[in-house]
Design a protein around this ligand. Structure first.
Ligand code: FMN
Length: 142
């Protein structure tokens, strides 16, 4: 059984493109060694990240990410068991959407926000499916 966690956060004001590149470089190394896969979206100073793998590994990684000063206001939208990975070939896929795709991302953030606030997160599959749908759209844009 696999486990997934999705959170969103606000990037620290002084975060640069280079910071993101170095986060990704480290992440891909660490994640592949720890059989973690997932996807990171970045838009308008907001991150949305999906992490999947063994439950213990995912939770340990999240604890590290949570204390990272390069972002704050982390809100977990979902954490639950999953039957299969959504990003099995990606140690950490990264999307910084173009303006057109950003509308979809705004919609995603809106929906995630809504899910978190209304505690609809009990319906995890909806959020995961939506995340997957948006990521696929963004991926197709490339
Ligand atoms: C938005 C964001 C996403 C991150 N995602 C990952 C990740 O998927 N994997 C990873 O190893 N580190 C990730 N990091 C970096 C970790 O927070 C941390 O810096 C890294 O794991 C090194 O921690 P350590 O020096 O305590 O080993 C992320 C950081 C940020 C700000």
């Amino acid at each position: 059984m696999m486990f997934e966690l999705i959170y969103y956060s606000t990037a620290s004001p002084d975060l640069s493109e280079n910071d993101i590149l170095s986060i990704l470089e480290n992440s891909r190394d660490f994640n592949s060694k720890n059989e973690i896969t997932g996807c990171l979206l970045y838009h308008n100073n907001e991150f949305v990240q999906l992490i999947e793998g063994e439950e213990e590994a995912v939770k340990k990684l999240y604890a590290k990410i949570e204390s990272d000063k390069r972002h704050n206001n982390l809100i977990i939208v979902i954490q639950d068991n999953i039957a299969a990975r959504s990003f099995k070939n990606w140690s950490m896929a990264y999307y910084k959407p173009t303006t057109a795709a950003a509308e979809n991302l705004s919609e995603l953030l809106f929906k995630l926000n809504f899910l978190a606030l209304s505690q609809l997160a009990e319906k995890p599959t909806d959020a995961s499916k939506f995340f997957w749908y948006i990521s696929t759209l963004l991926l197709e844009e490339k």
